[in-house]
Design a protein around this ligand. Structure first.
Ligand SMILES: CC(C)(COP(=O)(O)OP(=O)(O)OC[C@H]1O[C@@H](n2cnc3c(N)ncnc32)[C@H](O)[C@@H]1OP(=O)(O)O)[C@@H](O)C(=O)NCCC(=O)NCCS
Length: 125
């Protein structure tokens, strides 16, 4: 389903015929100028080499002739790699980011789940 309906806003990285990273994204139904990044995962063997950043930049480049002007993604406060990924992306795109609480802790049934903080990056040039 994801590959069929959301492939233009998603991307995978393949090394030696094995998927080692993927990003699933979609256009926000209520904000079609915003690319929402749902999941970003890089295989442990490939982390810290710039792969997630490269995938995000490729996805943005692919969508440059569309109306997308912002990118959003949620991260938990203690996920340092993920926080650095989106801060670093804003920096590389030479644009700003703002943060807001997308889902609070008490919205999760699991009491140990942290809040999900959204990064809103843009405007994209
Ligand atoms: C988050 C994740 C996708 C990053 O992938 P990656 O390919 O290693 O990221 P990059 O190499 O492009 O690094 C992006 C930035 O994060 C920083 N970073 C990467 N790993 C880090 C770590 N372990 N600790 C601190 N910073 C880190 C990099 O230095 C880089 O910063 P810069 O842009 O200022 O140079 C990867 O760690 C992962 O798959 N984690 C598990 C799944 C997850 O938590 N996904 C996010 C939830 S949506």
């Amino acid at each position: 389903m994801w590959g069929k309906y959301f492939n233009k806003t998603s991307i995978v990285a393949v090394v030696d015929r094995k998927i080692v990273g993927f990003i699933s994204g979609f256009l926000q139904p209520t904000a079609p100028d915003t690319l929402f990044i749902w999941q970003v995962v890089v295989d442990q063997s490939q982390r810290g080499k710039g792969l997630a950043t490269t995938l995000l930049l490729k996805l943005i480049k692919r969508l440059e002739n569309t109306n997308i002007r912002f990118l959003e993604a949620t991260v938990t406060p203690t996920n340092k790699p993920s926080n650095n990924l989106f801060k670093g992306l804003a920096n590389k795109l030479e644009t700003e980011y703002t943060k807001y609480e997308c889902f609070s802790e008490d919205q999760f049934p699991d009491p140990s789940h942290e809040a999900e903080i959204a990064y809103r990056i843009g405007p994209l040039k």
